[in-house]
Design a protein around this ligand. Structure first.
Ligand code: FES
Length: 108
């Protein structure tokens, strides 16, 4: 298990999402009414940045061709082979902390 401090709670407004680089991996971070979620940022269709997508409730829509994902569990609701990883995010003081278990695989 690995943990990473992402940013401050105040850095992401409710209803917003953004892309962050964490240990060489792009992560999409979401704020749904003050509850934070994170998934892989890479859309399984053609690599759109989900952190730049449209967030409605707990569904993010890819900005390129509109595949949709449930950010709670990373399930792609647009394609049966499109699922991505979802990660727990906890609030520790003023910080948002990402837990990655199992850890990211380093390719080089
Ligand atoms: S790259 Fe995400 S839907 Fe095409």
């Amino acid at each position: 298990m690995s943990q990473y401090t992402l940013c401050k709670v105040s850095d992401l407004a409710p209803g917003a999402c953004k892309t962050l680089e964490v240990d060489g991996h792009d992560i999409a971070l979401y704020n749904v009414g003050g509850v934070f979620y994170a998934t892989d940022d890479f859309c399984k269709h053609r690599g759109g940045h989900l952190g730049e997508g449209h967030l409605l409730g707990t569904t993010v829509t890819c900005p390129l061709h509109f595949w949709q994902y449930d950010i709670i569990d990373g399930r792609c609701t647009s394609h049966p082979n499109g699922d991505i990883r979802a990660y727990p995010v906890t609030v520790e003081g003023d910080d948002l902390v990402l837990t990655v278990d199992p850890p990211f695989v380093r390719l080089f």
